[in-house]
Write a protein that binds this ligand. Structure first.
Ligand SMILES: [Zn+2]
Length: 284
């Protein structure tokens, strides 16, 4: 079998039929990307009556998982699928579309050569399948990763390229396209502190494979923010559904929640941003 022979079927977990006039499609790589990145935005859209579907390219097979989480599940894939479906309830998603590629890993790891890995799939194949979902769901809003995928994960970068191509190829025109992004001010403080302590900010994280300097350099500008203050407890509840990925840990004391969790940020891609920062209100 060559890499290009693997053409998985999309698996749809639908919680209700699509009837809402406004729709948001979120397209990411892993179970947890939707919640850790945009739980507040999804919940805010739902509160405004916007239907939200999540296209999840993989089942997160390569995620690092503590042994005890696997007690009730056959493997990491089953565990993370169950976590994603629980998060779909917590976020009140209308549906999750699993593209069913295999999770890839950080650059240079053998998982990335697996013939079913997302990074081995031709971008045109993935784009065609995302475009089919866009044409069926007809969203006004779409959110995906920026070109560097946040922290350089190959799957994040792969789904960015596939989604960009899908938007160009779909018959349906999505009127507002956004990338997830974040403020780099705290990151720049962390980089400074790491250097002061003699640590290398280009080799961060459990496996030393995250280049924090590049993460800050590649972050796309904040053009748009979403007020999430009214959904903070629900947002934290959604994170907790992805407990095997650290979603249960909330070390920020409640009195600082508004400051840390009260807003989520985006880079507006389509239409071209006007130049000043705007607030996205789904009920407008
Ligand atoms: Zn991810």
């Amino acid at each position: 079998m060559t890499a290009t022979d693997f053409r998985p079927q999309t698996e749809l977990y639908e919680r209700r039929p699509v009837t809402a006039p406004k729709r948001l499609l979120v397209v990411y790589a892993h179970p947890d990307d939707e919640a850790f990145g945009n739980a507040g935005i999804i919940l805010t859209a739902r509160a405004a009556g916007v239907e939200v579907h999540y296209v999840c390219a993989t089942r997160g097979e390569c995620g690092t998982v503590d042994e005890h989480f696997l007690a009730d599940h056959a493997d990491v894939r089953a565990l993370r699928t169950a976590e994603q479906l629980a998060a779909a309830e917590a976020l009140d998603l209308g549906a999750v579309h699993f593209l069913n590629y295999r999770d890839s890993n950080m650059p240079g790891t053998p998982d990335n050569l697996h013939p079913e890995a997302l990074v081995m799939a031709p971008v045109t194949d993935v784009a065609e399948r995302v475009a089919a979902i866009i044409d069926a769901f007809e969203p006004q809003y779409l959110i995906t990763f920026p070109p560097y995928g946040g922290y350089g994960h190959p799957d994040h970068i792969a789904i960015h390229h596939a989604t960009t191509l899908a938007l160009a190829q779909a018959n349906w025109r999505v009127s507002e396209v956004y990338y997830s992004t974040f403020s780099t001010s705290l990151l720049r403080v962390i980089i400074g502190v790491m250097r002061l302590l003699g640590k290398n900010p280009r080799a961060f994280g459990r496996n030393g494979d995250i280049d924090v300097v590049r993460v800050a350099e590649e972050a796309t500008p904040i053009t748009t923010s979403v007020d999430c203050r009214h959904v903070i407890p629900a947002k934290i509840a959604a994170w907790k559904c992805h407990a095997s990925q650290g979603g249960g840990m909330t070390r920020v004391p409640a009195f600082l929640w508004w400051w840390f969790y009260g807003s989520e940020t985006l880079t507006q891609v389509t239409p071209a941003p006007a130049g000043r920062r705007t607030r996205l209100r789904f009920d407008a």
